[in-house]
Design a protein. Structure first.
Length: 381
């Protein structure tokens, strides 16, 4: 339906009325398959990733609430990014903790789909899908789970329950809804400089195992989830350098590489001395070095037969935001986006509307792009 498209740029009241019209007019979810649609129409992950192209993160929203979870506000951001040419949105979602204890899922991983915050999430997902975007949702912070995972049945069952619940709820949604199992595995899954190191073989084994458990949970629900695109992750905060040790060969993948609807998501804030919020532009090694490492990562993905998604990247500054308003930083963003595209990968820039912000403004007065970074990154050099 185009009702949302017509009213989304208008007032909050009009937006809410349009939402009510859609809910009243259709007993089916937006952007879902009907019972007559065939799974044979579903594309393999390689084609979906190619179609996803460049996208953005709705950061610090459903993952931690620093930004409002209001669906009207989210709709305005979605329309802004869509107008720039973005093809997908990644929506980080924290389910089992955060928000002052007001979690979406309980200690067993069972999701409360009547929670007001989930209802705003669903509206946001539906709006983005109605706009023709691909949508990625994940399990984002989940810090207690990551820090205390011990390979026990208790943790495995919790993760199975969480993803079984999510998959069943969205089972009728079409292939434009993508599941990312666990954002940036860390803690017990291993991280650089942590109590459990990134190259610890046990931690890497845990990372592979939890990705297999999540994949099996989603696939077990059947229906559209049999061919739902599922994104695996790498440990040490999703670092793209970890793909080589986490998934050295097809045997390390769920299903031993036989599932053509799997993708791997990696993140890059490399080098942190440049990209991090305390970084300096003088630490940037240059566009050629950035592109070269990305090409090596892409080549490994091709060897695995699994497409890749750069799910987070960006440059932040806690204090000196002027450093971000430079051609050097804008060119970094463009290098990541255009290199990913040239290598058949998709990418999603991190936008937290703060240190790493790409947008500014508000829902009532309108949003705009910060420092011209987004328009620049979408231009070919």
């Amino acid at each position: 339906m185009e009702v949302m498209a017509l009213f989304a740029g208008s007032s909050r009241v009009t937006y809410l009325l349009a939402s009510a019209i859609i809910l009243f007019a259709s007993c089916d979810n937006l952007a879902t398959n009907t019972e007559d649609d065939s799974l044979s129409d579903f594309l393999p992950a390689s084609e979906v990733i190619s179609n996803m192209d460049a996208g953005f993160n709705l950061g610090n929203t459903f993952d931690n609430g620093y930004n409002a979870t209001d669906s009207y506000e989210n709709a305005q951001l979605i329309l802004l990014y869509k107008s720039a040419g973005m093809k997908h949105i990644r929506i980080p979602v924290t389910w089992m903790e955060g928000f002052g204890g007001d979690a979406l899922a309980d200690e067993k991983g069972e999701v409360n789909f009547n929670h007001p915050r989930f209802l705003e999430l669903k509206k946001t997902i539906d709006f983005a899908l109605q706009q023709g975007l691909y949508v990625i949702i994940n399990a984002h912070h989940e810090r207690h789970f990551k820090e205390h995972y011990d390979n026990s049945a208790e943790f495995d069952e919790k993760f199975t329950t969480l993803w079984t619940d999510i998959a069943n709820y969205f089972i009728e949604y079409d292939q434009k809804l993508v599941f990312e199992l666990l954002n940036e595995p860390e803690g017990a899954f291993g991280q650089m400089g942590g109590p459990v190191l990134h190259n610890d073989p046990v931690a890497i084994g845990y990372t592979r195992k939890i990705m297999r458990i999540g994949t099996e949970a989603v696939r077990s629900t059947g229906g559209n989830n049999e061919k739902r695109i599922i994104m695996l992750g790498t440990n040490s905060w999703g670092n793209h350098n970890q793909i080589f040790s986490n998934y050295p060969d097809q045997a390390s993948l769920p299903g031993n590489g036989s599932d053509e609807y799997l993708a791997i998501q990696v993140h890059s804030y490399d080098p942190w001395e440049f990209c991090g919020q305390e970084g300096e532009n003088s630490a940037y090694p240059g566009d050629q070095a950035t592109a070269s490492r990305m090409r090596e990562v892409a080549a490994h993905g091709r060897a695995l037969g699994v497409p890749l998604h750069y799910g987070e990247f960006g440059v932040g500054r806690r204090e000196d935001q002027a450093q971000r308003n430079t051609i050097l930083v804008r060119d970094y963003y463009r290098t990541v986006v255009q290199t990913a595209k040239a290598e058949g990968m998709a990418s999603a820039a991190w936008d937290d509307r703060g240190w790493f912000g790409l947008t500014n403004g508000d829902a009532e007065q309108g949003f705009s792009f910060t420092y011209g970074i987004v328009p620049h990154m979408l231009e070919k050099p």
